[in-house]
Design a protein around this ligand. Structure first.
Ligand SMILES: C[S@@+](CC[C@H](N)C(=O)[O-])C[C@H]1O[C@@H](n2cnc3c(N)ncnc32)[C@H](O)[C@@H]1O
Length: 262
Protein backbone atom coordinates (compact mmCIF):
# COMPACT_ATOMS: atom_id res chain seq x y z
CA UNK A 1 0.00 0.00 0.00
CA UNK A 2 1.55 3.30 -0.98
CA UNK A 3 -0.26 5.74 1.24
CA UNK A 4 0.89 6.97 4.57
CA UNK A 5 -1.83 6.59 7.19
CA UNK A 6 -2.84 9.91 8.72
CA UNK A 7 -1.80 8.77 12.17
CA UNK A 8 1.80 8.04 11.12
CA UNK A 9 1.99 11.39 9.42
CA UNK A 10 0.95 13.15 12.60
CA UNK A 11 3.66 11.32 14.51
CA UNK A 12 6.38 12.28 12.03
CA UNK A 13 5.84 15.67 10.45
CA UNK A 14 9.18 15.58 8.63
CA UNK A 15 8.21 12.51 6.62
CA UNK A 16 9.09 13.00 2.97
CA UNK A 17 7.23 10.55 0.74
CA UNK A 18 9.34 9.56 -2.26
CA UNK A 19 6.73 7.72 -4.28
CA UNK A 20 4.48 10.55 -5.24
CA UNK A 21 4.35 13.15 -7.92
CA UNK A 22 2.93 15.62 -5.43
CA UNK A 23 2.00 15.50 -1.79
CA UNK A 24 0.47 18.66 -0.53
CA UNK A 25 -1.39 18.84 2.73
CA UNK A 26 -4.11 21.27 3.57
CA UNK A 27 -5.79 21.75 6.86
CA UNK A 28 -9.57 22.06 6.60
CA UNK A 29 -9.57 24.25 9.68
CA UNK A 30 -7.42 26.85 7.89
CA UNK A 31 -8.41 26.70 4.23
CA UNK A 32 -12.08 27.55 4.13
CA UNK A 33 -12.74 26.96 0.44
CA UNK A 34 -11.69 23.30 0.79
CA UNK A 35 -12.97 22.55 4.27
CA UNK A 36 -16.67 22.09 3.75
CA UNK A 37 -16.69 18.33 3.28
CA UNK A 38 -13.54 17.34 5.15
CA UNK A 39 -13.18 16.19 8.72
CA UNK A 40 -9.40 15.99 8.77
CA UNK A 41 -6.28 17.22 6.99
CA UNK A 42 -6.53 16.19 3.34
CA UNK A 43 -3.51 15.14 1.30
CA UNK A 44 -3.20 15.35 -2.46
CA UNK A 45 -0.83 12.35 -2.53
CA UNK A 46 -1.07 10.51 -5.81
CA UNK A 47 1.03 9.01 -8.59
CA UNK A 48 0.55 7.36 -11.99
CA UNK A 49 -0.26 3.62 -11.85
CA UNK A 50 -0.67 3.82 -8.11
CA UNK A 51 0.21 0.40 -6.76
CA UNK A 52 -2.98 -0.22 -4.79
CA UNK A 53 -4.37 -1.63 -8.02
CA UNK A 54 -3.15 -4.18 -10.59
CA UNK A 55 -3.67 -2.12 -13.73
CA UNK A 56 -3.37 -5.08 -16.12
CA UNK A 57 -6.14 -6.93 -14.31
CA UNK A 58 -8.50 -3.97 -14.11
CA UNK A 59 -7.90 -2.96 -17.74
CA UNK A 60 -8.47 -6.54 -18.94
CA UNK A 61 -11.73 -6.55 -17.00
CA UNK A 62 -12.75 -3.17 -18.45
CA UNK A 63 -11.97 -4.31 -22.02
CA UNK A 64 -13.97 -7.53 -21.52
CA UNK A 65 -16.87 -5.94 -19.63
CA UNK A 66 -17.44 -3.14 -22.14
CA UNK A 67 -16.40 -5.04 -25.27
CA UNK A 68 -19.69 -4.45 -27.08
CA UNK A 69 -20.18 -0.81 -26.01
CA UNK A 70 -19.61 2.28 -28.15
CA UNK A 71 -19.08 4.78 -25.31
CA UNK A 72 -17.66 4.35 -21.80
CA UNK A 73 -16.92 7.22 -19.40
CA UNK A 74 -13.81 6.88 -17.28
CA UNK A 75 -14.43 9.47 -14.57
CA UNK A 76 -11.76 10.15 -11.94
CA UNK A 77 -13.20 12.20 -9.08
CA UNK A 78 -10.77 13.63 -6.51
CA UNK A 79 -8.14 13.17 -9.24
CA UNK A 80 -5.45 15.35 -7.66
CA UNK A 81 -2.80 16.37 -10.25
CA UNK A 82 -4.29 14.02 -12.95
CA UNK A 83 -2.08 10.99 -12.27
CA UNK A 84 -5.05 8.63 -12.18
CA UNK A 85 -6.63 9.85 -15.43
CA UNK A 86 -3.16 9.83 -16.99
CA UNK A 87 -2.71 6.15 -16.10
CA UNK A 88 -5.82 5.27 -18.13
CA UNK A 89 -4.81 7.51 -21.03
CA UNK A 90 -1.26 6.08 -21.20
CA UNK A 91 -2.48 2.50 -20.96
CA UNK A 92 -5.06 2.97 -23.72
CA UNK A 93 -2.77 5.00 -25.97
CA UNK A 94 0.16 2.59 -25.68
CA UNK A 95 -1.76 -0.67 -26.03
CA UNK A 96 -4.77 -0.03 -28.25
CA UNK A 97 -5.41 1.71 -31.60
CA UNK A 98 -7.15 5.09 -31.69
CA UNK A 99 -10.18 3.52 -33.40
CA UNK A 100 -10.65 1.52 -30.17
CA UNK A 101 -9.59 3.87 -27.39
CA UNK A 102 -11.66 6.81 -28.63
CA UNK A 103 -14.73 5.13 -27.12
CA UNK A 104 -13.31 5.86 -23.66
CA UNK A 105 -14.03 9.41 -22.46
CA UNK A 106 -11.55 10.21 -19.71
CA UNK A 107 -12.30 13.01 -17.26
CA UNK A 108 -10.84 14.21 -13.98
CA UNK A 109 -12.16 16.54 -11.30
CA UNK A 110 -10.93 17.74 -7.94
CA UNK A 111 -12.10 20.26 -5.36
CA UNK A 112 -8.65 21.87 -5.23
CA UNK A 113 -8.19 24.53 -7.94
CA UNK A 114 -4.41 24.28 -7.71
CA UNK A 115 -4.54 20.56 -8.61
CA UNK A 116 -6.91 21.22 -11.52
CA UNK A 117 -4.67 24.00 -12.83
CA UNK A 118 -1.80 21.48 -12.91
CA UNK A 119 -3.99 18.80 -14.51
CA UNK A 120 -5.09 21.19 -17.25
CA UNK A 121 -1.56 22.48 -17.87
CA UNK A 122 -0.26 19.14 -19.18
CA UNK A 123 2.82 19.55 -17.01
CA UNK A 124 3.31 17.58 -13.82
CA UNK A 125 5.86 16.62 -11.20
CA UNK A 126 7.17 13.07 -11.41
CA UNK A 127 9.62 11.27 -9.16
CA UNK A 128 11.88 8.31 -10.00
CA UNK A 129 9.41 6.05 -8.28
CA UNK A 130 6.60 7.37 -10.49
CA UNK A 131 8.66 6.30 -13.53
CA UNK A 132 9.32 2.88 -11.98
CA UNK A 133 5.57 2.41 -11.49
CA UNK A 134 4.78 3.53 -15.05
CA UNK A 135 7.42 1.16 -16.53
CA UNK A 136 5.58 -1.80 -15.00
CA UNK A 137 2.80 -1.17 -17.52
CA UNK A 138 4.12 1.06 -20.31
CA UNK A 139 7.02 0.25 -22.64
CA UNK A 140 9.31 3.19 -23.52
CA UNK A 141 7.39 5.42 -21.12
CA UNK A 142 9.98 8.18 -21.59
CA UNK A 143 8.59 8.87 -25.08
CA UNK A 144 5.46 10.30 -23.43
CA UNK A 145 7.30 12.89 -21.29
CA UNK A 146 9.63 15.79 -21.93
CA UNK A 147 11.62 16.98 -18.92
CA UNK A 148 11.09 20.64 -18.05
CA UNK A 149 13.40 21.00 -15.03
CA UNK A 150 12.32 22.47 -11.71
CA UNK A 151 9.15 21.02 -10.17
CA UNK A 152 5.83 22.79 -10.65
CA UNK A 153 5.32 24.85 -7.49
CA UNK A 154 2.58 23.45 -5.26
CA UNK A 155 1.60 25.14 -1.99
CA UNK A 156 2.89 23.15 0.99
CA UNK A 157 4.30 20.44 -1.26
CA UNK A 158 6.33 18.02 0.85
CA UNK A 159 7.76 16.02 -2.04
CA UNK A 160 11.20 17.38 -2.78
CA UNK A 161 12.36 14.56 -5.08
CA UNK A 162 10.42 15.36 -8.23
CA UNK A 163 11.15 17.21 -11.47
CA UNK A 164 8.50 18.53 -13.85
CA UNK A 165 7.59 16.92 -17.17
CA UNK A 166 5.39 17.88 -20.10
CA UNK A 167 2.96 15.12 -21.08
CA UNK A 168 2.86 14.24 -24.80
CA UNK A 169 0.01 16.34 -26.29
CA UNK A 170 -1.66 13.33 -27.98
CA UNK A 171 -2.06 11.72 -24.53
CA UNK A 172 -2.97 14.91 -22.68
CA UNK A 173 -5.70 15.66 -25.23
CA UNK A 174 -7.42 12.36 -24.31
CA UNK A 175 -8.39 13.87 -20.91
CA UNK A 176 -10.63 16.71 -19.76
CA UNK A 177 -10.48 18.34 -16.32
CA UNK A 178 -12.64 20.57 -14.16
CA UNK A 179 -12.80 21.83 -10.60
CA UNK A 180 -15.69 20.14 -8.86
CA UNK A 181 -16.50 18.21 -5.71
CA UNK A 182 -17.33 14.52 -5.62
CA UNK A 183 -21.00 14.84 -4.67
CA UNK A 184 -21.71 17.38 -7.43
CA UNK A 185 -20.09 15.04 -9.94
CA UNK A 186 -21.99 11.91 -8.90
CA UNK A 187 -25.24 13.90 -9.08
CA UNK A 188 -24.36 14.62 -12.72
CA UNK A 189 -23.82 10.97 -13.68
CA UNK A 190 -25.78 10.17 -16.84
CA UNK A 191 -27.89 7.10 -15.95
CA UNK A 192 -28.06 6.07 -19.61
CA UNK A 193 -24.28 5.75 -20.06
CA UNK A 194 -21.63 3.33 -18.76
CA UNK A 195 -19.02 4.51 -16.26
CA UNK A 196 -15.76 3.40 -14.80
CA UNK A 197 -16.15 5.64 -11.77
CA UNK A 198 -12.96 6.16 -9.80
CA UNK A 199 -13.18 7.75 -6.35
CA UNK A 200 -9.99 6.59 -4.75
CA UNK A 201 -8.16 7.24 -1.51
CA UNK A 202 -10.28 10.16 -0.37
CA UNK A 203 -13.28 8.87 1.63
CA UNK A 204 -11.49 8.62 5.02
CA UNK A 205 -10.80 12.38 4.93
CA UNK A 206 -14.43 13.32 4.44
CA UNK A 207 -17.45 13.69 6.72
CA UNK A 208 -19.57 10.56 7.14
CA UNK A 209 -22.80 12.27 6.02
CA UNK A 210 -21.10 13.47 2.82
CA UNK A 211 -19.67 10.01 2.09
CA UNK A 212 -23.05 8.36 2.66
CA UNK A 213 -24.74 10.77 0.27
CA UNK A 214 -22.05 10.13 -2.36
CA UNK A 215 -22.44 6.34 -2.07
CA UNK A 216 -26.25 6.53 -2.12
CA UNK A 217 -26.34 8.88 -5.10
CA UNK A 218 -23.88 6.93 -7.23
CA UNK A 219 -25.66 3.69 -6.41
CA UNK A 220 -28.92 5.19 -7.72
CA UNK A 221 -27.39 6.92 -10.74
CA UNK A 222 -24.93 4.38 -12.17
CA UNK A 223 -26.20 2.26 -15.02
CA UNK A 224 -26.20 -1.47 -14.33
CA UNK A 225 -22.87 -2.92 -15.53
CA UNK A 226 -20.87 0.20 -14.61
CA UNK A 227 -17.80 -0.18 -12.38
CA UNK A 228 -16.90 1.71 -9.23
CA UNK A 229 -13.21 1.71 -8.32
CA UNK A 230 -12.02 2.66 -4.83
CA UNK A 231 -8.57 2.67 -3.23
CA UNK A 232 -7.13 0.50 -0.46
CA UNK A 233 -7.01 3.58 1.79
CA UNK A 234 -10.80 3.90 1.49
CA UNK A 235 -11.19 0.61 3.35
CA UNK A 236 -10.33 2.58 6.51
CA UNK A 237 -13.91 3.90 6.42
CA UNK A 238 -15.87 1.58 8.74
CA UNK A 239 -17.93 -0.99 6.79
CA UNK A 240 -16.98 0.59 3.45
CA UNK A 241 -17.22 -2.67 1.44
CA UNK A 242 -20.34 -3.82 3.26
CA UNK A 243 -22.06 -0.51 2.49
CA UNK A 244 -21.26 -1.00 -1.20
CA UNK A 245 -22.44 -4.60 -1.26
CA UNK A 246 -25.65 -3.55 0.52
CA UNK A 247 -26.34 -0.77 -1.94
CA UNK A 248 -26.53 -2.62 -5.24
CA UNK A 249 -22.94 -3.58 -6.07
CA UNK A 250 -21.15 -6.93 -6.30
CA UNK A 251 -17.48 -7.89 -6.42
CA UNK A 252 -16.64 -9.42 -9.82
CA UNK A 253 -13.16 -10.38 -8.54
CA UNK A 254 -13.18 -10.74 -4.74
CA UNK A 255 -10.30 -8.93 -3.06
CA UNK A 256 -9.81 -6.38 -5.86
CA UNK A 257 -10.74 -2.76 -5.12
CA UNK A 258 -13.64 -2.49 -7.49
CA UNK A 259 -17.32 -3.38 -7.59
CA UNK A 260 -19.91 -3.57 -10.33
CA UNK A 261 -23.43 -2.15 -10.32
CA UNK A 262 -26.03 -4.92 -10.41
C1 LIG B 1 -5.08 11.43 -1.43
S1 LIG B 1 -5.58 12.31 -2.89
C2 LIG B 1 -6.10 10.96 -3.91
C3 LIG B 1 -5.79 11.19 -5.37
C4 LIG B 1 -6.13 10.03 -6.30
N1 LIG B 1 -7.54 9.76 -6.29
C5 LIG B 1 -5.35 8.79 -5.97
O1 LIG B 1 -5.90 7.84 -5.38
O2 LIG B 1 -4.15 8.75 -6.27
C6 LIG B 1 -7.11 13.08 -2.36
C7 LIG B 1 -7.64 14.15 -3.32
O3 LIG B 1 -9.02 14.40 -3.00
C8 LIG B 1 -9.31 15.76 -3.23
N2 LIG B 1 -10.53 16.09 -2.51
C9 LIG B 1 -10.72 16.22 -1.18
N3 LIG B 1 -12.01 16.44 -0.90
C10 LIG B 1 -12.67 16.45 -2.08
C11 LIG B 1 -14.03 16.62 -2.44
N4 LIG B 1 -14.99 16.81 -1.53
N5 LIG B 1 -14.37 16.60 -3.75
C12 LIG B 1 -13.39 16.41 -4.70
N6 LIG B 1 -12.08 16.24 -4.41
C13 LIG B 1 -11.72 16.24 -3.11
C14 LIG B 1 -8.05 16.46 -2.73
O4 LIG B 1 -7.95 17.78 -3.22
C15 LIG B 1 -6.95 15.50 -3.20
O5 LIG B 1 -6.45 15.90 -4.46
Amino acid sequence: MNILPLTSYKQNCNYNPNFTSCAKIYDPKKITSLDIFAKDKVRTTTGPFRSDQNWNDIMKYIFWNFSGEKKVNIACLACSDSSESLSYALYLHSKTPKSYYKKFHITGSDIDPEMIKIAKSGKMNLSLEDFTNMRKYIKDVQQYFKECGAPVKITNNVDSGAASYKIAPEVHSMMKFKKSDILTEVKHINPDEYYVLNIKNVFPYLKTSYNNEVLETMSKKLKSGSLFIYGKYDLLVPNFRIKLLNSGFFEPIPGECFVQKI
